[in-house]
Design a protein around this ligand. Structure first.
Ligand code: BG6
Length: 471
């Protein structure tokens, strides 16, 4: 049962939706775009690849029009570095790529929608991997700075919200996903590799944030955290300790560095113990401490929570998703989605409180939602009451955090607002309130169809989150 409190959020609250270039745009080889490490995922299993995706590249006007009809005042998308610099560091940028994003931004602004732009969503240009090993090298920092500088100069007056790297704390879990490399965790240099890549991303973040602030642009810039908090499986102090360590290494190590401008004591101890200190120059230390490098807000994705136990088997970055999922401890207090993801709306309120009390920065939820197998009925409807239920409960907990707990959450932008390619399950797992009429194997007509959740979310936005519907 939902409780019967009703909250109206302020009119400046960002009600939105989110996407990423590789999973949404398609046109992977068009108009001069270079290849990314994600293009190598082509044909994995029987799932859709990223080459056409939802074809936002050719449907952007219609899609933004639909988002405006939904009542959104914000839309998160990412810019593909390889669409701007096909090789990551070409002498001249690809004007067609810049023009595409300029069109998208202008179309959003015309529709009263604030663009929320991610600079990098997992899609390293393949060429920088080939040229110098990508993010394992500090050259990636310089190339990324040049890319970001160009975007700030071109779009900085129009875009008010920028995110640096999507879910960069996952570098600590699966660095290969960010580098396109295949370094085994059994490799004796694995830790050195992992923390050097982590450090390189951190320095790129600091450098870009400092540059943005130095340019005195009229907007804000923040990081993006994958928030997957865990609870101890039992009150046994060893489980509680394990849980503390797990949350520290999966989320707080990352945020501690970015907010404090220094590696936290536990990481410094680990670097010394395991002899895996990243190379940190004096210049980099100064940059980390520079007040201009301090970000303005923290954005996060939140889908689920997990459990920690002193007896659990460690996550294996070299194992498949299914193998790692099979090891996951089950929280019997929670329901589980058809794709095996635990659903924990109250966990959202808990992590929002936790993040704010630790870091004292505004928070923006830039991913949340239910991935499900939707069915298009013969008469052209998608009855996704399960998604409405999921979103309703999460929005309510967010409202409790804002109104009852005083946490400054500035936006809610659920994931894959228009169906896109799930990174793990292709088109068989959909998140949108707008259906895209294609499957993994059949492009059909790519028609956009409003799901039942579209009408529900539209009403929520129109009432500023006050009317979440009957329970
Ligand atoms: C986030 C990513 O981790 O989760 C998205 O930023 C991703 O890119 C989303 O799509 C949902 O995961 P999945 O595997 O269901 O697509």
């Amino acid at each position: 049962m939902l409780d019967n409190k009703k909250y109206a959020l302020s009119s400046s609250f960002l009600w939105g939706g989110a996407s990423s270039a590789s999973q949404f745009e398609g046109a992977a080889n068009e108009d001069g775009k270079g290849a990314t490490i994600l293009d190598r995922k082509k044909g994995h299993g029987n799932l859709a690849d990223f080459s056409i995706a939802s074809d936002f590249y050719h449907h952007y006007k219609e899609d933004i029009h639909l988002l405006a009809d939904l009542g959104l005042n914000s839309f998160r998308f990412s810019i593909s570095w390889a669409r701007i610099f096909p090789n990551g560091n070409d002498e001249v940028p690809n004007e067609k790529g810049l023009q595409f994003y300029e069109n998208v931004i202008d179309e959003c602004l015309k529709a009263g929608i604030e663009p929320v732009v991610t600079l990098y969503h997992f899609d390293e240009p393949l060429s920088i991997l080939k040229q110098y090993g990508g993010w394992t090298s500090k050259r990636a920092i310089e190339d990324f700075k040049r890319y970001a500088a160009l975007l700030f100069a071109r779009f900085g007056q129009k875009v008010k919200y920028w995110l640096t790297f999507n879910e960069c704390n996952f570098v600590l879990k699966a660095p290969n996903n960010f580098t396109g490399k295949e370094v085994s965790q059994h490799n004796p240099d694995f830790l050195t590799y992992k923390y050097q890549v982590f450090h390189n991303f951190n320095i790129a973040h600091f450098a870009v944030v400092a540059m943005y602030h130095a340019m005195k642009l009229p907007g804000k810039i923040g990081c993006m955290l994958a928030a997957v908090p865990t609870y101890p499986q039992t009150p046994n102090p060893l489980d509680v300790l394990k849980n503390q360590q797990k949350n520290q290494s999966s989320m707080y190590d990352f945020l501690d560095v970015l907010t404090q401008g220094a590696y936290p004591a536990n990481l410094q101890a680990l670097f010394s113990r395991e002899k895996c200190w990243p190379e940190i120059s004096l210049e980099e230390t100064a940059l980390m401490q520079n007040p201009l490098s301090k970000m303005d807000f923290i954005s996060l994705s939140y889908y689920m929570t997990g459990l920690s136990s002193r007896n659990e088997q460690p996550f294996d970055p070299n194992a498949s998703n299914a193998q790692n999922a099979a090891k996951r401890l089950i929280n019997k207090e929670l329901t589980i989605s058809s794709f095996g993801w635990p659903q924990d709306p109250v966990g959202l309120r808990i992590i929002l409180n936790e993040l704010f009390h630790r870091y004292h920065l505004p928070l923006m939820i830039v991913e949340n939602g239910l991935g499900a197998k939707d069915v298009l009925t013969e008469d052209g409807h998608v009855h996704d009451d399960y998604r409405i239920e999921y979103m309703k409960r999460h929005i309510l907990e967010m409202e409790h955090a804002i109104v009852d707990d005083g946490v400054p959450v500035i936006g809610y932008l659920p994931w894959g607002i228009i169906d896109l390619v799930s990174s793990s399950e292709g088109f068989s797992k959909r998140y949108g309130v707008i259906y895209v009429n294609r499957t993994d194997h059949d492009l059909k007509d790519m028609r956009r169809i409003k799901k039942d959740s579209f009408y529900w979310y539209k009403h929520v936005i129109a009432t500023h989150g006050q009317d979440l519907g009957d329970d």
